[in-house]
Design a binder for this molecule. Structure first.
Ligand SMILES: [Zn+2]
Length: 83
């Protein structure tokens, strides 16, 4: 028997929560490369909120952390070996 969802319920099912909000992270560390690399695409560009599902407050913190880690040469600005 098929379960029929209303459009509102479907929307709620597909809704993704911000990973930083769920883990209750107040600060994003620029030295934490493992988590930062998750929010960077193959060309090492910062992923948009649409793809990463991060809230606006944390996206701003994330972009700052990524830019800071780029300056500290922890994450490359551009991936040369792709595209
Ligand atoms: Zn958040």
């Amino acid at each position: 028997m098929a379960v029929i969802f209303s459009t509102k319920q479907k929307h709620q099912l597909g809704k993704r929560r911000c990973t930083f909000c769920t883990n209750q992270m107040k600060e994003i560390d620029y030295k934490d490369i493992v988590t930062l690399k998750y929010f960077v695409d193959g060309f090492r560009k910062i992923k948009g909120r649409y793809y990463s599902g991060v809230c606006l407050r944390h996206q701003k913190m994330l972009s700052k952390a990524i830019k800071r880690s780029r300056e500290m040469a922890l994450i490359p600005f551009v991936n040369k070996y792709r595209g």
